[in-house]
Ligand binder design. Structure first.
Ligand code: ATP
Length: 608
């Protein structure tokens, strides 16, 4: 528990935020004032009762002529109003402190999650992660509000009451109250830690249910394609069933906790009232004392009851925050070295030197890959599916560290430079383009956030998007839908090409960059890409060999090994894997051509 407090300390008492610290101090001062009034209110009750029964028990410093029974009753009312007023004022002052902490932890966790490596993100379940962050943010607010605003003042109030008990009554009363408070706290602690177990179970089921519902929603079309709505609903329900069971346990155990707390307190209150009643009868106390002990203890019941609630909420908040803090404690797999310097790019030459790599120890993906892409030239990697082509581009981005060998850009090992400077110099058109659910313009500008209107217009032409955008009622302001699903595969890919051109990187990776385009559009875009790759060092990954003929060099990758290399002509002469793949694809393309001849409207259709 202590380590949690250490971690959340910076959110409770934020460095350099004097405004927040001032608010905390102010809220605590108002609170102490409220507590002093709270403890004095029973005195007015006692004095009013005594003066009504003709027994003046007020200290001599209060002039009797002013403090008539009616004035005392009104003073009691005013005291109670002030007590409530100050408590509300405290909450109002403190609101900003809590919300500031929520924002700070939200921001930090967002930044941290984005710092985590690809491996973490491929393993994560979005719905689950969302829930953890949400609950963690609420957790910190509860902890702050309750622990700071209530634990300390409750202790203060108890000490104050203890002094009054000793002064106004005697040690026997104090002893009873100490025993009550002690038993109350022990019982609350013991029982609440048991409840935390149920709470954890409840959270787990909640995360599970949320992950299943988010996953099913993201795959909405697939669910429909396979008529699996019922199966998805059942999966969701089974997670909700777990949630239902554990939340019932949380709620029923709360009733037991509440009852136990009230029982302990009521026994203490009754004992004190019996003692006071006997003292009144024996003449050592007044009726005012009898009502005062009752009022004093009833008032103590509020923070004490609250203390149970605080402990419950704070420990639940800690359980919630714990999951978020565990995520925030995960070390990113790929980290910059302490003395990492920014990439100094001269020519943009890339070299893979004897690179081997696996995602999982049990399965090697790349073996001793060796190649060099000189400045401004293009290298294509082709090969069967699963050979490891895209993995090479992931390694170039340093999403994973290689197992052995080295990857260098202009003779600088990418492990020695900062990730930010590395990725700033590389642009990619990925195999599967995923867009942000925003406008087309936003998605294009993602390549260069501060791009001018003219720059955007130019790349729209270069990526053959003009006609498409003009045909849209909202043009560039069209919202592309979740993950860009309102656009066709080819349209998405052209947006990806546009943003890569806009980024204008020194190194360009084209991972099946034109695979979703029809032959005509592909030919048109190719000119832009060729122009671009004249200036840049380009790595092309492709299935369709017709797209790599013009590459300066072609590598053939098979099962993680380089099996052939050369330019298009020399590879054909080798009669190896490349020429096999080439002739098979030629046959397919010829068949497509024939189909086009048979159906003259085909071309029109594909260009629609
Ligand atoms: P394709 O042409 O089908 O896109 P590829 O040659 O680009 O294939 P890669 O995506 O590099 O292939 O994948 C190479 C192998 O690594 C595949 O067998 C794939 O299953 C495996 N792989 C890819 N990513 C991961 C990952 N994150 N964890 C474990 N294995 C992975």
């Amino acid at each position: 528990m202590l380590s949690h407090f250490e971690k959340i300390y910076k959110y409770i008492w934020p460095k350099g935020r004097y405004d927040i610290k001032f608010r905390i101090v102010l809220a605590l001062s108002v609170l102490i004032l409220a507590k002093i009034i709270t403890v004095l209110v029973p005195y007015f009750y006692k004095w009013a009762t005594d003066s009504i029964t003709g027994n003046n028990s007020m200290p001599a410093m209060f002039p009797l002529a002013v403090f008539t029974p009616i004035v005392l009753i009104i003073s009691f009312g005013v005291g109670r109003t002030m007590m409530v007023g100050f408590s509300q004022l405290r909450d109002a002052i403190f609101a900003k402190v809590g919300q500031n902490a929520v924002r700070a932890i939200g921001r930090d966790s967002f930044k941290h999650i984005h710092k985590l490596s690809l491996r973490f993100h491929l393993d994560r379940k979005t719905g689950k992660l969302n829930r953890i962050v949400d609950r963690g943010m609420k957790g910190i607010e509860n902890i702050l509000r309750l622990a700071v605003l209530n634990t300390f003042p409750t202790v203060f109030e108890f000490l104050f009451v203890a002094i009054i008990l000793l002064y106004q009554f005697d040690w026997r009363y104090l002893l009873v109250v100490v025993i009550v408070v002690f038993s109350y706290v022990i019982f609350t602690f013991a029982y609440s830690s048991q409840r935390n177990y149920y709470r954890k179970q409840m959270n787990l089921s909640d995360e599970e249910a949320n992950y299943k519902s988010v996953d099913a929603l993201l795959n909405f079309e697939t669910v429909k394609h396979f008529n699996n709505e019922k199966m998805e609903a059942d999966r969701f329900e089974s997670a909700m069933e777990g949630y239902e069971k554990s939340s019932i346990k949380v709620l029923t155990s709360l009733s037991i906790l509440n009852f136990g707390q009230t029982l302990i307190f009521t026994i203490g209150l009754t004992v004190c009232m019996v003692m006071s009643g006997m003292d009144v009868m024996s003449g050592t106390q007044t009726i005012g004392d009898f009502v005062m002990i009752n009022a004093l203890l009833m008032q103590l019941a509020i923070p004490l009851n609250f203390f149970g609630f605080i402990y419950r909420e704070v420990s639940q908040g800690l359980v919630d925050l714990n999951s978020l803090i565990s995520i925030m404690s995960i070390n990113p797999e790929i980290k910059d070295k302490v003395n990492a310097s920014p990439l100094k790019i001269n020519s943009g030459q890339i070299s893979f030197n004897n690179v081997s790599f696996y995602y999982n120890k049990k399965r090697n993906i790349l073996r001793s890959i060796d190649f060099n892409i000189p400045q401004g030239s293009s290298l294509a990697i082709v090969g069967p599916t699963g050979a490891g082509k895209s993995t090479i581009s992931r390694l170039l981005f340093r999403f994973y560290d290689i197992t052995s060998g080295s990857i260098k850009i202009d003779s600088q090992d990418i492990r020695d430079i900062t990730q930010d400077s590395l990725r700033r110099q590389i642009g990619i058109v990925p195999q599967d383009t995923v867009l942000f659910n925003d406008t087309i313009e936003y998605n294009i500008k993602y390549g260069k956030i501060d791009a001018s209107k003219e720059e955007v217009e130019t790349v729209i032409d270069q990526s053959q998007l003009r006609e498409f955008i003009n045909s849209l009622p909202d043009g560039l302001n069209t919202i592309v839908g979740e993950r860009g699903l309102k656009l066709s595969g080819g349209e998405k890919q052209r947006v990806a090409i546009a943003r890569a051109i806009l980024k204008n990187p020194r190194i360009l990776v084209l991972d099946e960059a034109t695979s979703s385009l029809d032959t005509l559009t592909e030919k048109e875009i190719k000119d832009s890409l060729v122009n671009l790759s004249k200036k840049q060092t380009t790595l092309i990954i492709a299935h369709r060999l017709s797209t790599v003929i013009s590459a300066d060099k072609i590598l053939v990758l098979n099962k993680g090994e380089l099996v052939e290399e050369g330019d298009h002509k020399s590879l054909l002469k080798k009669n190896g894997l490349y020429s096999d793949m080439w002739f098979t694809q030629q046959d397919i393309e010829k068949a497509e051509e024939t189909l086009k001849k048979v159906k003259p409207e085909y071309k029109k259709l594909i260009n629609k």
